[in-house]
Design a protein around this ligand. Structure first.
Ligand SMILES: Nc1ncnc2c1ncn2[C@@H]1O[C@H](COP(=O)(O)OP(=O)(O)OP(=O)(O)O)[C@@H](O)[C@H]1O
Ligand SMILES: [Mg+2]
Length: 234
């Protein structure tokens, strides 16, 4: 039985990099994913919207095998934002309307509302993305993914390249998305303090495996494994 709370469920997933990953993502939570460089954090995230498939094991989204969804529909529902925004050439509006247009969902006023959400001026709609700063680009990338009205949001180091002001702005914004606009967030970060600030639950990975997982406050307060204790001391 899959409970209503479970949005994504991975069971014993392995790839060349990941080993026997089992994990559930529940409604209403922000799961932060930490671990050293090369631990497999991005690889795990990429399984969740089929940027990669496991060699063995299964992944279910809302009780159904992810392979049973159309890839476009799945990636609309499980949206992803990367570290360096993958905006395409053109205006901010071109980028924002791309996803919704595929589903006939782009409406007048949507672009303005999306920019309001990420605190960018409305006249940015007509600006070329190449003329934006890194922080502005990243906010457009978030707005673009949100334009698809995702159910689950996957974030891979989305604030790593940003200054403190932009980090704070984006963090506040992300916290405000749960639970109404997005039902769960899975966030990879190399910033341990950020994982602690934003997470309800935290997953610690090392060498392709999940080493420890738990309530964020408890996990940081009282790490159980030597590996996590060592990682947090570094
Ligand atoms: N396409 C690929 N082909 C082969 N190996 C890969 C590929 N992508 C990643 N790897 C390897 O898999 C391991 C895990 O990489 P991954 O990018 O998932 O780590 P990460 O935890 O996200 O690290 P970082 O914090 O540096 O982003 C690394 O050893 C990496 O070199
Ligand atoms: Mg990574």
């Amino acid at each position: 039985m899959v409970s209503d709370k479970t949005l994504i469920k991975l069971q014993h997933c392995s790839t060349q990099i990941l080993q026997d990953i089992s994990l559930e993502i529940h409604k209403g939570e922000i799961v932060t994913l930490i671990g050293s460089s090369g631990a497999g954090k991005s690889s795990l995230l990429m399984l969740l919207n089929r940027l990669n498939d496991p060699d063995t094991g299964s992944i279910h989204y809302r009780g159904k095998d992810v392979k049973e969804f159309g890839i476009t529909q799945l990636r609309k529902s499980i949206g992803m934002v990367f570290q360096s925004s993958s905006l395409f050439d053109g205006t901010v509006e071109d980028n924002l309307c791309y996803g919704p247009s595929l589903f006939g969902e782009w409406e007048k006023g949507m672009g303005e509302r999306l920019l309001d959400n990420v605190q960018l001026p409305r006249d940015y709609l007509k600006r070329n993305v190449e003329d934006l700063s890194g922080g502005e680009k990243q906010r457009v990338a978030l707005a673009r993914t949100l334009a698809n009205k995702p159910d689950v949001l996957l974030l891979d180091e989305v604030t790593s390249a940003l200054d403190l002001k932009n980090v704070e702005l984006i963090e506040a914004f992300l916290l405000g998305l749960i639970p109404e606009r997005v039902h769960a967030i899975v966030m990879v970060t190399h910033d341990v303090a950020q994982a602690k600030r934003l997470g309800n639950r935290t997953v610690f990975m090392d060498e392709g495996k999940i080493v420890e997982t738990g309530n964020t406050a408890e996990l940081f307060e009282n790490p159980q494994t030597e590996k996590l204790q060592y990682f947090l001391k570094e």
